[in-house]
Design a protein around this ligand. Structure first.
Ligand code: TXA
Ligand code: MG
Length: 318
């Protein structure tokens, strides 16, 4: 198992030696390594068992460092960066030639983000290279929102996990690009569509569901627990279960007060941020129980609700 701690100097030392570590961010935990060293990047792909066609996000702590790895920074995206960085926003920008194609899976654009987490920012501030960091889960599984989640699945393969507590946002970053003079959203995440459109007006949505997605986090089956997950009206779903043992993830209402350890209410007060922050932990907890099925319902389709429902629907595809 990995060592879990808050030793920035030790984390830095490992990264300088092309090792990969668990990195807390405000969205989910990342699996981090030197984004400019092919050796580190290759290690990330191998630890995650991630196909090499799925590119990684480069994390930095300052705009100067963003400019050091990108050729161009279209104005509308600069405007978004000014509003949302540090924060759960990833921008696709034309890469400079020294940024390895291994990082971008051969694409000419690199995904860049300034995360909003004190430990991540402190670590990034102590090094002079960006950190490549996909979510620290085996490819296709639910993203981790605690150091323990990372340790449970990848602890045998990495030396260290920086412990930054529970991720506050709990959903991956929103991915935004710029194509043919238009701002395009490729993945819904911790910043809602409404928040983005408030800053720069209507944007195009290109949330990919094909087998050759621009962002494989958009593959239809992704973020999937091992247990079968059914979405619908929870009472109807419960009534339809004769021989199955099930757990429930509901939005506000409790349905299983007789068996609380099998139930997870995302936010009793109906707060979408709280629901988002609890979603992945809930999926992991129920996935670890001795049950056959997870029953769940969609949340209202506004704000972060769109991203929450996106993750639920993908988790339901087996
Ligand atoms: O919140 C997050 O974004 C977390 C934390 C650790 O920062 N990271 C994360 O990384 O979710 P990952 O690798 O699990 O998802 C990143 C997504 C992938 O689906 C990838 O395909 C897409 O970003 N992506 C990365 N570079 C890209 C590029 N150049 N063009 C299009 N999509 C890209
Ligand atoms: Mg991921």
């Amino acid at each position: 198992m990995a060592t879990i701690g808050t030793d920035i100097a030790f984390a830095k030392k490992l990264l300088l030696n092309d090792q990969v570590i668990g990195l807390p961010t405000e969205t989910v935990y990342g699996l981090a390594g030197n984004a400019l060293h092919e050796k580190s990047i290759a290690k990330i792909f191998s630890v995650k068992n991630r196909p090499s066609f799925d590119p990684l996000i480069a994390h930095v702590d300052t705009l100067d460092k963003v400019h050091s790895i990108v050729e161009k920074f279209p104005l509308p995206l600069q405007k978004l960066a000014a509003h949302f960085w540090p924060g759960p926003l990833t921008l696709l920008l034309p890469k400079k030639s020294h940024v390895p194609f291994l990082l971008t899976s051969g694409l000419k654009k690199v995904a860049v983000r300034i995360p909003n987490h004190p430990l991540a920012l402190e670590l990034l501030g102590s090094i002079d290279f960006p950190l490549a960091a996909p979510s620290a889960n085996p490819f296709g599984y639910v993203s981790p929102t605690t150091a323990k989640h990372v340790n449970d699945q990848l602890g045998e393969k990495i030396p260290y996990i920086l412990n930054g507590g529970n991720c506050e946002v709990g959903l991956e970053s929103t991915i935004v690009g710029f194509e043919d003079g238009q701002v395009v959203i490729h993945r819904l995440g911790g910043i809602s569509l409404e928040e983005i459109e408030k800053i720069i007006g209507p944007v195009k949505r290109d949330i990919n569901e094909s087998s050759n997605p621009k962002a494989p986090g958009m593959l239809k089956a992704h973020y999937s627990p091992t247990k079968k997950l059914l979405i619908g009206n929870i009472e109807d779903l419960m009534n339809a279960q004769k021989n199955n043992d099930y757990g429930i993830i509901s939005f506000k209402q409790s349905f299983l007060s007789s068996n609380p350890e099998r139930e997870f209410v995302l936010s009793a007060s109906g707060d979408m941020h709280e629901a988002a922050a609890n979603l992945f932990s809930a999926l992991r907890k129920l996935d670890d129980l001795d049950i056959d099925l997870i029953l769940t319902e969609l949340v209202p389709e506004n704000g972060l609700g769109l991203a929450i429902n996106d993750r639920l629907k993908r988790a339901a595809v087996s």
